[in-house]
Design a protein around this ligand. Structure first.
Ligand SMILES: [Zn+2]
Ligand SMILES: [Zn+2]
Length: 240
């Protein structure tokens, strides 16, 4: 039963740096340690999102120690897809980061572009191995050809996110798309990443709805890249 899995890493968490979230990385690390999480992806929004952090935020992430309160802090970004195959940080900066989520967000150049362009944009990122994870692909505001995406993610080793907030807090109308994506991931053996998308420390580490969808779809535990700290580091190509 996937619902019983103790997932060790939350790969999608926002800090105050995002401009519309409410906890510092220290508060998040403390909460993570108390709840038994072993890794947290610090994935603040890329600079193209209105109110998002400045480029300098990413340039100084190396001030953060790899472990806070015994929790591995992965220096990351939830980057915005701003053109076909292009994110809102330069490649030289992205190369410095440990965890790159890529997704569509309002006012970043992909509103109303339609399924064909959206799908092309994601496929191009996968071909360049420019993102580890495509975040909240189930968002109905940015339609994708899910079968094509899930096949290509499997081919390129890119993970598709099952974002737990998509089932309740955010992006209304996502839940059925997420269940459909989960079934495609089961069919093609696509890597899956779990993220809470928490915007406050107390929200981290919750994956119940996403895990239920994965269980119903028949996704294997081994497909979940962040089930343990070790599997997370291996997926991201980071030393143990
Ligand atoms: Zn997002
Ligand atoms: Zn987010």
């Amino acid at each position: 039963m996937l619902e019983k899995l103790a997932i060790e890493a939350d790969l999608h968490v926002h800090t105050v740096a995002s401009g519309h979230a409410f906890s510092t990385i220290n508060e998040i690390a403390l909460e993570a340690a108390e709840r038994g999480l072993r890794a947290v992806g610090m994935t603040d929004h890329g600079p193209a999102l209105p109110g998002g952090p400045h480029y300098y935020h990413f340039a100084t992430l190396n001030f953060i120690p790899p472990y806070l309160r015994g929790v591995r802090i992965l220096r990351g970004v939830e980057a915005n897809i701003v053109a076909i195959g292009k994110l809102d940080l330069p490649d030289t900066m992205l190369d410095q980061l440990e965890l790159i989520l890529a997704g569509f967000h309002p006012a970043c150049g992909f509103d109303q572009r339609g399924m064909r362009d959206n799908t092309r944009a994601v496929l191009a990122l996968m071909d360049k191995r420019r993102a580890h994870i495509i975040c909240h692909p189930g968002n109905p505001e940015y339609p994708l050809d899910y079968e094509v995406i899930a096949r290509h993610a499997a081919l390129t080793g890119t993970a598709l996110e099952l974002n737990n907030s998509s089932f309740s807090m955010s992006r209304a109308g996502s839940a059925d798309n997420c269940r459909h994506i989960a079934r495609l991931c089961a069919r093609f053996g696509t890597p899956v990443a779990l993220g809470s998308d928490a915007h406050i420390a107390q929200g981290i580490g919750y994956f119940d709805d996403a895990l239920q969808a994965l269980e119903e779809a028949g996704v294997a535990a081994e497909q979940i890249v962040n089930r343990t700290l070790a599997s997370t580091l291996e997926f991201l190509g980071l030393p143990a």
